[in-house]
Design a protein around this ligand. Structure first.
Ligand code: KG4
Ligand code: ZN
Length: 346
């Protein structure tokens, strides 16, 4: 058999509101990573509407695959495997990606690598535009912060052990819900960041306590901050139609409180971790695109002499490059007939 030097893995991501397709070389070089965002279609509803998401994926998936091949100057025969997000996510949205991947896998006679969306995020800090992936250490701590997750993992090889998680809302969800309440468009995280940049944090005016559990658990909890922020916004008349300076201060202070909790837990996890100490701390997920947080975590690392990996912004929010990359790490291929989509993964 002839070795195809142009062999690539095709990645497909349709778990939420982004249809994304990527082609990666075996060394993790991203040849193409296309994202068709549906944000504008969901914006009038202030959040993702599952039915609309599924229909949009159906409309965009195959044209995007064809475009990806064209942009990468690749042929169908160059695709030697397909990595697809099989869960967790919106079930109708996942089914479009999985069924699409199954059809392609049958047609091309190639295997599928089903990917847990979370694993996609976990390895994403090691992708780099324009070249092979950054070699990752055998052990690292992963901080995954997105619309659906807030958790710290101890990653050893391909073994992913959860250290903590949120007991209620995810950090991205908290950004989004509070933003919606004050009249900012979806998704709220980038909006809060943008307005916060025009003000300074004022914890006297907007007091947000640090949530602690009686049992000294390291878990995150964001529902109290969400409720507190909504109450303060109501009491002090904070909204897009109100005083812009007050809005800016509110956003800066609220963002600081959300971020402060990340560092509170990260500090404790880091101080308690058993040896050998993980070589690196890698942050991932949509919230990792936040500029204030990116600066702070890099400073956290340099203060402790810890290598901190921050993904390129394009690989923070949902994308297929990270799914294909996780497929390369995993390497366990499945018979296309056996791949199932699951909205929840234990
Ligand atoms: O990873 P992602 O695209 O989807 C999930 O897997 O959930 O993350 C989306 C989340 C949203 O909650 C969005 O508000 C948040 O990431 N996000 C941000 C920023 N950019 C996106 N949060 C804070 N600051 C940002 N710059
Ligand atoms: Zn995600």
């Amino acid at each position: 058999m002839q070795f195809n030097q142009n062999a690539m893995i095709l990645g497909i991501e349709t778990s939420c509101d982004e249809t994304s397709v990527a082609l990666l070389e075996r060394d993790g070089t991203v040849r193409v990573n296309l994202i068709a965002s549906q944000i504008e279609r969901h914006q009038p509803f202030g959040g993702v509407v599952p039915e609309i998401a599924s229909r949009e994926h159906l409309q965009h998936l195959f044209p995007l695959v064809e475009r990806a091949l064209g942009d990468a100057s690749a042929k169908w025969s160059d695709v030697d495997s397909i990595a697809v997000t099989s869960g967790p996510g919106l079930i109708g949205a996942l089914l479009v990606g999985v069924a699409g991947a199954q059809g392609l896998a049958y047609g091309l006679g190639v295997p599928i690598v089903p990917i847990n969306h979370l694993e996609g995020h976990i390895f994403s800090p090691y992708l780099q535009t324009g070249g092979a992936a950054i070699p990752r250490p055998d052990r690292f701590l992963s901080l995954v912060i997105s619309g659906g997750h807030s958790a710290i993992y101890d990653v050893r090889g391909r073994d992913v052990k959860q250290i903590n998680r949120t007991r209620d809302d995810a950090i991205g969800e908290t950004f989004d819900k509070v933003a919606k309440f004050i009249g900012l468009p979806y998704p709220g995280g980038p909006q809060i960041e943008k307005h916060g940049r025009m003000g300074t944090a004022d914890p006297k005016r907007f007091p947000f306590p640090m949530p602690q559990f009686k049992d000294e658990s390291l878990d995150f909890s964001y529902s109290g901050l969400k409720a507190g922020a909504i109450r303060l916004a109501r009491e002090k008349g904070i909204s897009v139609d109100g005083d812009p300076q007050a809005l800016a201060e509110f956003c800066a202070t609220f963002q600081d409180a959300l971020i402060a909790q990340l560092f509170d837990r990260l500090d404790t996890v880091w101080s308690r971790i058993e040896s050998p100490t993980p070589a690196e701390v890698a942050m991932a997920g949509g919230v990792a695109a936040n500029g204030v947080l990116r600066e702070r975590i890099l400073a956290w690392g340099s203060g402790r002499g810890v290598v901190v990996r921050v993904p390129e912004k394009r690989y923070c929010t949902d994308n297929a490059a990270m799914i294909a990359f996780a497929g390369l790490q995993k390497g366990e291929e499945s018979d296309p007939r056996r791949v199932v989509a699951r909205s929840r993964i234990a």
